[in-house]
Design a protein around this ligand. Structure first.
Ligand code: NDP
Ligand code: OXD
Length: 317
């Protein structure tokens, strides 16, 4: 229905970072007429809640919202949402907004360059006041492989091409990106890995991809390859990584996500000089970009136009 026809009270419930929730309480009603925004747990009249924007929605919340019509993930990933709890007729929308993409591209570029230029070794040398230079090689000799060539993986691959890295990508279906060699499907995975010196994982977490960064993949990479994980901690078999590093087959890793977050202080990763840990900060949904993306889909929904970023529940992303 067009905006002008929305006469009923409509509420969007936000569950997640309260600072962003308060900012959206101001920003969203300016973008979408007749929309009230509430911050969990202050839900007000649950019957008016048509939209939910959430990160890690608590168990039971979907059953408590009888008139819910659209679920928005506050992030690009949707693995924090239990699809079984969301009635099938309710679309689940993942976040796509330029600020999030920019952050992830910056992070991946940083991580690939850090590995390419041996920065983890220099960080370690600095702790001992050791001045030891290593020879740098051109980017054109360092092959980067991106696992996941969707919105974020595609943007990462495009940017790395501009730095003259030979870039390839792996996805379920073949993708066409200028300057990027596309590999599709499980059968193509070994060939993709055989040509990858730095492997960047930006896959969604699904039943098919859980644990994918494991012994088999590590063994299929060339000797001395390195890993960047920006996807989810559960993509990585942490023991297999340490074992492949101890064997000398995998050199280094930059990990933005870990199986347990926050990573416990006693975890071996913290003090391993071959591993750089960051606290899940690669990309963050920007307040303005996130509000614009949600507002655009609510306008589409009200006008009965197709929504963008709808999750394929069967594929899991
Ligand atoms: P998209 O849905 O746009 O892309 C997903 C890509 O993964 C697609 O290319 C898809 O293939 C591919 N893929 C999915 N399953 C498989 C599979 N079984 N085998 C091969 N390829 C597969 O997602 P985004 O790029 O927007 O986001 C990806 C993930 O990044 C998120 O789900 C989230 O987990 C993570 N993320 C992490 C952040 C951080 O701060 N660390 C920030 C934001 C996101 P196809 O193209 O054929 O569909
Ligand atoms: C996301 C994330 O999925 O920040 O957007 O991890």
């Amino acid at each position: 229905m067009p905006d002008a026809d929305v006469e009923r009270a409509e509420t969007l419930l936000h569950i997640g970072d309260p600072i962003r929730g308060r900012q959206w309480q101001t920003a969203l009603p300016d973008l979408v007429p007749n929309l009230d925004v509430r911050q969990w747990p202050d839900i007000g009249d649950s019957a008016t809640i048509r939209y939910l924007a959430a990160w890690n929605p608590p168990e039971g919340v979907f059953a408590a919202l009888p008139n819910l019509e659209v679920v928005f993930s506050v992030g690009a990933g949707v693995d924090h949402i239990d699809f079984a709890a969301v009635p099938k007729f309710i679309p689940v929308i993942r976040m796509t907004e330029p600020g999030l993409t920019q952050g992830v591209v910056e992070y991946a570029t940083f991580a690939v360059l850090a590995l390419h230029r041996g920065m983890l070794r220099y960080f370690d040398l600095q702790r001992n006041a050791d001045w030891i230079a290593a020879e740098a090689v051109p980017t054109s000799t360092r092959r980067v492989g991106v696992l996941g060539l969707g919105i974020l993986g595609g943007a990462i691959a495009r940017h790395l091409v501009t730095l003259s890295f030979p870039v390839s990508g792996w996805s379920r279906s073949a993708r066409q990106i200028d300057g990027v060699t596309s590999f599709a499907g499980s059968a193509a995975l070994p060939a993709f890995l055989a040509e990858t010196d730095i492997l960047v994982c930006i896959l969604p977490l699904t039943s098919d991809t859980r644990g994918i960064l494991g012994a088999e993949i590590f063994a299929a990479l060339p000797q001395g390859a390195s890993i960047v994980n920006i996807g989810r901690g559960d993509h990585l078999d942490e023991e297999a990584l340490l074992s492949a590093m101890d064997d000398g087959h995998i050199a280094e890793a930059v990990l933005d996500v870990t199986r347990q977050e926050p990573l416990p202080p006693s975890h071996r990763f913290w003090n391993d000089p071959r591993i750089l840990i960051t606290p899940h900060i690669a990309g963050t949904t920007s307040v303005a970009g996130g509000a614009t993306a949600i507002a655009e889909n609510i306008r589409r929904y009200r006008s009965k136009m197709p929504l963008t970023g709808v999750v394929d529940r069967l594929a899991g992303y």
